[in-house]
Design a protein. Structure first.
Lengths: 111, 239
């Protein structure tokens, strides 16, 4: 059953994702999360380190570089990141998709 | 100490080389199988769905919600991905999200990438694939029952990931299992409730708008309700 077309569904879902990442994530809790809390309590948090390539990561710690206001920097990171993940996921899926024989196109009949 | 964004993601330095490698191999096998499955199952119409699901999970993972004791948690999404796309394509989606987080946002380690994909993606996705299928053999094929199953399974998926993380930390001689497991499970029991609520709400929204896109939903829920009058399916038609 298709109550709404795929294009509209994807557009709505993407708008929701981008909206959440841009407008809501700046107000998300900044308390240490589950693993971080346990690592802090049990004194192994300091063993964590950044890998070499991560020191050059484009948007470290979800703060868009060059923006002073923390909330704006987080929102910008969320906006860019969500669209980038969409593009990568879409691109990967496009490359991997099932190739159905072109309808009426090529001469080679499906076995 | 540098300000390290952990966000449930294991950073480099927590796991030994051997454990990181073993987790990496398991993650690679699962993702490689996901690539194979995509070639068979991923029709053109669902290409944008995979992209938007990855985007949604990325966005939702940024939304840390406060739980008890000055701790926060966030949505993981493996169960949601598995319910919508099936477990193997879900492994792909989670690998995309977690790899972008590690490389672009310095969230989660690079050598620990395999472990993070395993803990937050593969284990939950495969558990969801098995458990939702098994549960729908015994519960009624109704919307509410299906959503309840999805919620419970997503909670279990979070707990499984937390237990796996503790086990990996113990095998790495970072912290004994007996020390890390109780607090990890305690914290994640609460995070899992958030996971269950968000997953059930998201699946419910897709069931309302495009039930055909919910891969693990029973067939009855994917069809319009007013289809050829109530035809008993299997042994399972009556309330």
């Amino acid at each position: 059953m298709r109550k709404i077309p795929t294009g509209a569904f994807v557009a709505l879902a993407l708008a929701l994702a981008v909206g959440l990442a841009t407008a809501v994530s700046p107000f998300a809790s900044s308390s240490p999360d589950g693993l971080e809390t346990v690592a802090g309590d049990k004194r192994f948090l300091d063993e964590g380190k950044l890998a070499g390539v991560q020191k050059d990561s484009p948007i470290p710690d979800y703060a868009f570089p060059g923006i002073e206001n923390e909330r704006v920097a987080t929102g910008a990171a969320g906006f860019v990141g969500t669209l980038a993940v969409f593009a990568i996921g879409f691109g990967l899926a496009w490359v991997l998709r099932r190739r159905d024989p072109a309808p009426g196109g090529g001469g080679a009949a499906a076995a | 100490m540098i300000d390290l964004p952990i966000a449930l993601h294991i950073p480099d330095g927590f796991l030994s080389g051997g454990v990181a490698l073993a987790c990496g191999l398991l993650a690679v096998v699962a993702v490689a199988y996901g690539l194979r499955v995509a070639n068979v199952e991923l029709d053109e119409a669902r290409v944008p769905l995979l992209g938007v699901l990855a985007a949604f999970i990325f966005a939702a993972q940024m939304l840390n919600f406060p739980i008890a004791g000055g701790t926060s948690g966030h949505f993981l999404g493996a169960t949601l991905a598995a319910v919508l796309l099936g477990p193997w394509l879900a492994c792909l989606v989670m690998a995309v999200v977690i790899a972008v987080q590690a490389f672009a946002f310095a969230d989660g380690g690079i050598s620990a990438l395999g472990a993070n994909v395993l803990n937050m993606g593969v284990l939950g996705a495969l558990l969801a694939g098995l458990a939702v299928g098994a549960a729908m053999k015994v519960v009624p094929h109704r919307r509410g029952a299906f959503l309840a199953v999805v919620g419970v399974v997503s909670w279990l998926a979070v707990m499984t990931g937390a237990a796996a993380t503790s086990l990996e930390l113990a095998l790495s001689d970072t912290i004994p299992l007996a020390t890390s497991l109780p607090p990890m499970l305690g914290v994640h029991a609460l995070i899992g409730i958030g996971e269950a609520v968000i997953t059930a709400a998201a699946v419910s929204a897709v069931l309302v708008s495009r039930p055909d896109l919910v891969a693990l939903a029973p067939e009855e829920l994917k069809r319009p309700p007013a289809a050829p009058a109530a035809r008993p399916v299997g042994g399972e038609a009556l309330t």
